[in-house]
Design a protein around this ligand. Sequence first.
Ligand code: PRT
Ligand code: ZN
Length: 223
Amino acid sequence: MNENRDRLRIAVQKSGRLSDQSLDLLRRAGLVFRSSRDRLFLYGENMPVDVLLVRDDDIPGLLVEGSCELGIVGRNVLDEQRLAGADAPAPAELQALGFGSCRLAIAVPDNGLIKNVTDLAGLRIATSYPALLAEWLRKQSIDAEVVLLNGSVEIAPRLGKAHAICDLVSSGATLAANQLHELVTVMRSEAVLASSPRAQNAATAAQIERLCARIGGAQSGDG
Ligand code: PRT
Ligand code: ZN
């Protein structure tokens, strides 16, 4: 842990799909907290653990730099940043948390022109997950062009920016509304508990282990 503090920090998405369930899980793990005035922190009142509320994309970086020891983040975000960071130290996935489930999938227009994954060769695929997509294409030996889009990926084919997309899907309603359908799943994702790659002293490591055990216990109590 950072020498300047003696409390663990866990990074959680401030406002988004994972926020409520992440905080619920921490409460069920026994944490009681109160919010800071600026609502960036939740101070643990009964344990030396504070929650840092941030954008999900910032969580892997906070773990890498050691500003937080633990984080709750989608596996999609964690693995994208790990792949994009090449050989840099990366946070480890400690346990899957059973909520925020979705899949990263390649989807194509309903017009029927792209029928198989091999049809993707030579085409453009729009995504916010360029590293995960490039890795998947490499493993499949498919030579396609990855086009980075940071939002509204599903409209890229209609705009003529790409022939296909690679995006997160849960119900499939967004794809259907955009006359797209899934061709293949690239990865399955859910919220995971991740840890900093920084070396911890024995006392901190023991604290982390205790908190992880509590979170694991709260999770298995889910039924
Ligand atoms: O503000 P911040 O950067 O923190 O949040 P964000 O907007 O980047 O993320 P957010 O809150 O949308 O998602 C957080 C995490 O939730 C993601 O990283 C995933 O791990 C997980 N998750 C689970 C999803 C979905 N399901 C999901 N369906 N994230 C996004 N979607 C989007 C998808 O991109 C598409 O636009 O929902 C749409 C598809 O949903 P369906 O139900 O129509 O298929
Ligand atoms: Zn985000």
